[in-house]
Design a protein around this ligand. Structure first.
Ligand SMILES: Cc1cc2nc3c(=O)[nH]c(=O)nc-3n(C[C@H](O)[C@H](O)[C@H](O)COP(=O)(O)OP(=O)(O)OC[C@H]3O[C@@H](n4cnc5c(N)ncnc54)[C@H](O)[C@@H]3O)c2cc1C
Length: 422
């Protein structure tokens, strides 16, 4: 036998699974198709600009991040907790009043914040704010849209801010995802201040893989996985590897390549990265567009941020980096560069003629669709010698991927230790 467990995929789930197995005393080999670890958490460095493959943030309030990641080593550069809401009349700031007490009077006086909405938001969040486990009760779950309506959250806070913010976070503008999943994410946003690691989001999986005794085998896609003669065999272009167990952690779009599990539906987004000639002056806050009549974005850009104002390490000294995100479930989700520039000119009230496009990422399978009910601890084992891990087995987030990987690692180590697998 070459090893005890083969882990296929070095995204966050595969890496956490391998770390858990290693800690349990198992021999583990990780095979990764790409040339770097990280899966959906990757950073391209282009002319000194750090462009994550799809805008995303690390929330240090995720329990799995607190437990298993050295956040201090990542040197997080934090966003403001809140958002700039842009309308035809200008942009106004709505910030978490406890995190930004000096901004509280402006926030509470904002026309986007009405007392009835705040009460409805607290009603909607209530049980989950107090206790995280309340959100994992699948039986109570329904779609996000229905659940917000039922809570009476129907005013400007919802129309101008919450719907647009959550659509960007969930890569879904339909409101059809699990309300319990959205509540969990909102709980962690309320408790944490998300940020960007000094070296880019890629620093997170790099930190995880650095603690593996046997380095991840990069550029090694698994072509076939077979359960044969009392062992599992993973076939790669450079030969076959045999183990007592395999954990498939390949992401939702590849789940069906190696198993009988159908690929779960997913939602996508695009991120545009521009070098701006001047700092756009929005500070550390995400900007959301609420210029459409009735609320919501009037153009393709659902959120944008002056990344280098939040994270100076993302741009060379004296340079400025701006991200703009569109949603692929919108008709203009794949809008051309000139349309994105025009939208950014409207939002930032400045010409983008001197801005330079650095790159743009189209990520069709960014997040699993996650309709209600939110699955409660989906089993990790899919046949005698194969387990599965990934955000789609828990919920679409860094937290979900880490927890799923850890559970699969625990389950595999348990099977080996119990003698159930020889
Ligand atoms: C644009 C974007 C924005 C996001 N924003 C946030 C955010 O702000 N906050 C948050 O918490 N989460 C966010 N997420 C979600 C988060 O990044 C994912 O939930 C998480 O990274 C998923 O990890 P995973 O290990 O389950 O899957 P993946 O990252 O997809 O890893 C799967 C790995 O398997 C490899 N693989 C596939 N097939 C094979 C094969 N045959 N052989 C070997 N290797 C294979 C792949 O190359 C990949 O490395 C975002 C995701 C995206 C894409």
């Amino acid at each position: 036998m070459d090893t005890d467990v083969i882990v296929i995929g070095a995204g966050l789930a595969g890496l956490q699974c391998a770390r858990r197995l290693q800690r349990s005393g198992c021999r583990v080999t990780v095979l990764e198709a790409e040339d770097r670890v990280g899966g959906r958490v990757r950073t391209d460095v282009i002319d000194g600009f750090r462009c994550d493959r799809g805008f995303q943030v690390l929330n240090p309030a995720y329990p799995a991040v607190r437990d298993w990641i050295s956040v201090s080593a990542l040197k997080l550069q934090k966003f403001g907790v809140g958002a700039l809401v842009s309308t035809d009349e200008g942009a106004s700031l709505v910030a978490h009043p406890l995190r930004h007490p000096r901004l509280a009077p402006a926030t509470l006086g904002s026309r986007h914040v009405q007392a009835s909405d705040v009460l409805a938001l607290l009603r909607w969040m209530g049980p989950v704010l107090l206790r995280e486990s309340r959100a994992s009760r699948a039986a109570d779950d329904r779609t996000l849209r229905t659940s917000l309506d039922a809570a009476g959250l129907t005013g400007p806070l919802r129309r101008d801010l919450l719907d647009t913010f959550l659509a960007g976070v969930l890569a879904d503008s339909s409101g059809g995802k699990s309300a319990n999943y959205a509540r969990l994410l909102m709980r962690w946003f309320a408790l944490g201040a998300p940020g960007l690691p000094e070296e880019g989001m890629q620093a997170l999986p790099e930190q995880m893989s650095a603690s593996l005794a046997d380095p991840v085998r990069l550029g090694t896609p698994v072509r076939e996985l077979e359960d044969t003669a009392g062992r599992v065999r993973a076939t790669t272009d450079s030969g076959a590897l045999h183990a007592r167990l395999a954990v498939v952690a390949v992401g939702p779009q590849h789940a069906a390549d190696l198993t009988d599990i159908p690929a779960p539906a997913a939602h996508g987004l695009t991120t545009w990265w521009f070098r701006a000639s001047e700092p756009p002056g929005t500070g550390r806050f995400l900007m959301l567009d609420a210029a459409r009549a009735g609320g919501g974005p009037a153009g393709p850009v659902w959120n944008t941020a002056a990344i280098s104002e939040v994270a100076p390490s993302y741009a060379p000294a004296g340079e400025h980096l701006v991200q703009a995100t569109t949603l692929l479930d919108q008709p203009d989700g794949r809008a051309e560069e000139r349309v994105i520039r025009r939208d950014l000119e409207r939002l930032y009230r400045t010409s983008t003629r001197d801005w330079e496009l650095i790159t743009h990422h189209v990520v069709p399978h960014a997040l699993p669709a996650q309709p209600p009910p939110l699955g409660d601890r989906v089993g990790q084992r899919i046949n005698d010698r194969t387990l599965m891990a990934g955000d789609h087995r828990e919920h679409g987030s860094i937290q979900g991927a880490l927890v799923s990987g850890d559970r699969a690692g625990q389950a595999a180590a348990g099977l080996l230790a119990s003698g159930g697998i020889v």
